[in-house]
Design a protein. Structure first.
Length: 274
């Protein structure tokens, strides 16, 4: 990679990390605002991926509205704890969205519904879970901040170790540049950071963070590969160009979107065991 592109990628990554970690530490409302922007941009990117696909013809605006309403109901239920659980409105909402295909008269409505619904859930659920985990977290290093550090450690170390020492391809059909050497290097450094967090920062939680690292590292890899699969199937390089040196929101959050639900499950399993 040319030095200029690497420098651009580094600067964008630093500013991006400041926005994410800063919002987590600042206040749940600020985190919600920042993450809702990520959701909106990411969902817009996802829906636009299929613009040139002849078979899939998504209803972009209704899909975007569905995602916005779903996120609103989830956040409203989290912040205000209403007497009537706002989540009950989600189920008829999805069925109304599916029924809208009756009027669109497209050639493959089932595929349109499936892709749109997946896109909404793919973006909204992980970001919402990240907000929920941080809502009453008073840890020295919040769970969500630690999760992001582990994901970024895995991505960054796998990238540089792979470039320096990588020879054996990990999944050449989907992502030709990924190697086993980079993957294993990323996992090792992620485990080290997990040990450091649990032993020296959030002291007394070494077991939790070591298991978290074991979960997050492969999830980050699968998330990256999954998004690469999407792009390769659609014959595109990046999901967007909003982040210089990184591509789009989906390119930057691919590992996060896959890792969050698994990390969220682990936090609840650990709470039960403890």
């Amino acid at each position: 990679m040319p030095l200029g592109n690497l420098a651009q990628r580094s600067i964008t990554g630093i500013l991006f990390a400041i926005a994410v970690i800063g919002s987590i530490y600042w206040h749940p409302i600020i985190q919600t605002v920042i993450f809702s922007i990520f959701i909106g941009l990411g969902l817009w990117e996802f829906l636009r991926l299929f613009e040139k696909d002849e078979r899939i013809q998504l209803a972009v605006i209704p899909s975007f509205i569905l995602g916005a309403i779903l996120f609103f109901f989830l956040i409203e239920n989290l912040f205000f704890n209403p007497e009537i659980n706002a989540l009950v409105f989600i189920f008829p909402l999805f069925f109304l969205f599916a029924a809208s295909e009756l009027w669109r008269k497209k050639s493959d409505p089932i595929l349109n519904i499936a892709v749109s619904s997946f896109g909404v859930l793919y973006l909204v659920i992980p970001f919402y879970l990240s907000i929920e985990m941080n809502f009453h977290d008073e840890s020295k290093l919040p769970l969500v901040a630690g999760m992001f550090l582990l994901i970024w450690t895995n991505d960054t170390c796998a990238y540089f170790i792979g470039r320096a020492f990588g020879k054996k391809k990990l999944f050449e059909r989907i992502s030709p540049k990924k190697t086993w050497e980079g993957t294993l290097g990323g996992i090792v450094f992620t485990l080290f950071v997990g040990f450091f967090i649990g032993t020296f920062i959030n002291q007394g939680s070494t077991f939790f963070w070591m298991v978290a690292a074991v979960i997050i590292a492969p999830c980050s890899i699968y998330g990256d590969l999954l998004e690469s699969l999407f792009k390769r199937s659609l014959n595109i390089k990046d999901s967007g160009n909003i982040l210089p040196g990184h591509g789009g929101i989906l390119d930057r959050f691919d590992a996060v979107l896959f890792a969050v639900p698994f990390f969220y499950c682990w936090t609840h399993i650990y709470s039960f065991l403890a």
